[in-house]
Design a protein around this ligand. Structure first.
Ligand SMILES: C[S@@+](CC[C@H](N)C(=O)[O-])C[C@H]1O[C@@H](n2cnc3c(N)ncnc32)[C@H](O)[C@@H]1O
Length: 367
């Protein structure tokens, strides 16, 4: 073990930046050891603080790039490393790690304030090219939720999302007294190893499905998907996608009026646009376009109804019938796929992938 990496300083720590400095040399060494840094590695350190971890990382890595938000810490770090034997390996970026563009790196090491835990994890997991792994200190509760498995109390949307994109392991429990000043909560170090290649799927839809399921994670899916507001959103999405399909097939009324030649050309253009948009989970412009069309159609329908002399009661009955049919459609999808009586708290990633697949196959979308 090398010499004590903890620098002496009298700085007043800033609570809003979550400044709890890790001062136990043994714990610092354990974190660096678990980071398994190779001499050829570029290490990204988030929130280096006074540089206690940085000092050890510089001994192992080819280069350390640190991102620190607090100018006082930046001054401290420059004082500590600018004229050290490792100065040539050290690069310091002053800024907010969440809004700063990350450079290329092999390994990320971070003991950051807990308020940026979630955005940091997803920023790392969406970073390209993919890195080898990240060793991250978090509030114990957050860390345990990241690694939680189906059926455990802490299993949640965060667990499913993190584990969809990475292999995630708990490494070390860290008590409050390892820090100065000690935080109010316990901490844990986890390792996140991104899945390479990353799974290819529509993440907006994926997250939409998880949001619905984890609203009441211990209920059966049959009950969750009976919820009025869930059905309302899914039905609206269903209608939107039906409209897209109609545009794709060149079946909109305006196009029927066009001659065959023009129609063919137009149809092709639309096909391309729509296909792109569907892949992206649809953008707002198209939503607006479709909403306009929908409201036009609604107005036309209303006029037609008035002309035909249909009264409001008949309208309401039609709407109820449509809702009932849609509810039955969702029930059947869950029943046929064997998920009707399953509970979100017990489903694993493969189950969620399968569930999204069968919903999408039946033209049910979560965005
Ligand atoms: C918990 S301290 C850890 C310091 C050091 N890594 C250690 O282990 O002793 C968190 C550090 O992250 C910095 N920080 C807070 N928010 C940040 C942000 N959004 N981006 C970059 N650094 C941040 C704080 O100023 C502080 O230096």
């Amino acid at each position: 073990m090398s010499k004590n990496p903890v620098a002496k300083n009298q700085m007043v720590f800033n609570k809003s930046f979550g400044q709890h400095i890790l001062v136990n040399p043994q714990m610092l060494h354990s974190i660096v050891e678990k980071s398994a840094i190779r001499p050829t590695d570029i290490v990204l350190e988030i929130g280096p603080g006074t540089g206690n971890l940085t000092a050890l990382l510089l001994e192992k890595a080819k280069k350390v790039i640190a991102v620190e938000i607090d100018p006082r810490m930046v001054a401290e770090l420059n004082k500590r490393f600018k004229y050290s034997q490792h100065a040539h390996k050290f690069e310091l970026i002053q800024g907010d790690a969440i809004s700063t563009e990350f450079p290329f790196f092999d390994v990320c090491v971070a003991n950051t304030p807990y308020q940026i835990s979630s955005p940091l994890v997803f920023k790392l997991l969406s970073h390209r090219p993919l890195f080898r792994h990240a060793v991250l200190m978090f509030q114990k509760e957050f860390a345990m939720r990241c690694v939680a498995k189906p059926s455990s109390d802490l299993y949640c949307r965060l667990s499913v999302n993190v584990q969809l994109l990475s292999k995630c392991d708990h490494l070390i429990k860290v008590g409050k007294n390892n820090f100065k000043p000690p935080p109010k909560v316990e901490s844990s170090v986890i390792r996140i190893e991104p899945k390479n290649p990353a799974p290819v799927l529509n993440y907006i839809e994926w997250d939409g499905l998880l949001r619905v399921c984890f609203m009441r994670k211990n209920k059966q899916l049959s009950a969750i998907f009976k919820n009025k507001s869930v059905l309302q959103v899914l039905e609206k999405n269903f209608e939107t996608y039906q409209k897209i399909k109609a545009i794709e097939q060149g079946a909109v009324e305006e196009e029927q009026k066009q001659n065959q030649d023009t129609k063919g050309k137009k149809g092709n253009n639309n096909n391309n646009n729509v296909a792109d948009l569907m892949q992206m989970g649809m953008d707002e412009e198209l939503d607006e376009e479709i909403d306009d069309e929908k409201s036009n159609k609604k107005q036309n329908k209303k006029k037609h109804n008035d002309d035909e002399g249909l009264d409001e009661e008949e309208d309401a009955a039609q709407v109820d019938d449509k809702k009932k049919l849609f509810k039955e459609k969702i029930h059947k999808i869950l029943e046929d796929s064997g998920y009707l009586e399953k509970r979100p708290a017990k489903l694993d990633i493969d189950d969620y992938l399968k569930l999204l697949f069968v919903f999408n196959q039946n033209e049910i979308h979560f965005k």
